[in-house]
Write a protein that binds this ligand. Structure first.
Ligand SMILES: C[S@@+](CC[C@H](N)C(=O)[O-])C[C@H]1O[C@@H](n2cnc3c(N)ncnc32)[C@H](O)[C@@H]1O
Length: 205
């Protein structure tokens, strides 16, 4: 294949993935825009004096890119081979970024256990339609909360579970009750809020 044709085919593959992601909802409520979600993440990041971002579900690396000027360290995990390759290439020259390949259920608790300071943890790694990957669980956030609690995240850690609108509304997602009971079991002393389509869990400082 000629380089130009290969480039166009890759562009098409990216477009298809973005289209699949945008249309992946319960058919009822449209999600807040990616830009609004990133601005919300950044305001929490700054308010709570974080310097480390841990993300499950890299996708094309949009949130990583957005955080480059703000974070001292970014660890992101992607399960899909192709998406991981693209993100690893995209951030190859950024020493502060680590793009891990595999299931968030394995990598995120380890990343939290070895974080240099209390991280902001963005749990956004779940199957999101054609062209995205899937791990042992289609939406691993409830299990991840328990696994993260087991490694003992530092005081002042902030966790967000994205796409709260889909819990109990999308046929493949756990119920909202499962998410909330996992959150309260894992972090009974935390402040919990739903903000802009995310469950926000603030561990006391
Ligand atoms: C909604 S997208 C992430 C969007 C990205 N966080 C952003 O802010 O731009 C979900 C991504 O999670 C990935 N994914 C699905 N299950 C995963 C898992 N168990 N571990 C890691 N990544 C996963 C999918 O392949 C997809 O790229």
């Amino acid at each position: 294949m000629r380089p130009a044709t290969r480039h166009l085919a890759q562009l098409d593959a990216v477009r298809n993935r973005v289209a699949a992601l945008v249309s992946y909802d319960a058919g009822r409520v449209s999600p807040a825009s990616a830009r609004a979600k990133r601005r919300h993440l950044l305001s929490l990041f700054q308010e709570r004096s974080h310097s480390v971002l841990v993300e499950s579900g890299t996708f094309l690396g949009g949130t990583v890119k957005f955080f480059l000027p703000h974070a001292e360290r970014i660890v992101t995990v992607e399960i899909d081979d192709q998406l991981h390759r693209w993100a690893a290439m995209r951030f190859a020259d950024e020493p502060k970024v680590e793009v891990l390949h595999g299931d968030a259920l394995t990598h995120i608790p380890r990343a939290v256990a070895t974080a240099e300071s209390a991280p902001l943890i963005w749990l956004d790694g779940h199957y999101s339609g054609h062209g995205t990957g899937q791990g042992a669980e289609l939406e691993p956030a409830p299990s991840l909360l328990g696994l993260i609690a087991e490694v003992g995240p530092p005081a002042g850690t902030t966790l967000l579970v994205d796409d709260v609108r889909l819990f109990g509304a999308h046929r493949d997602f756990p119920t909202l009750h499962m998410l909330l009971s996992a959150a309260f079991d894992a972090f009974p002393a935390a402040q919990m809020n739903v903000e802009l389509d995310s469950l926000v869990i603030r561990l006391p400082a």
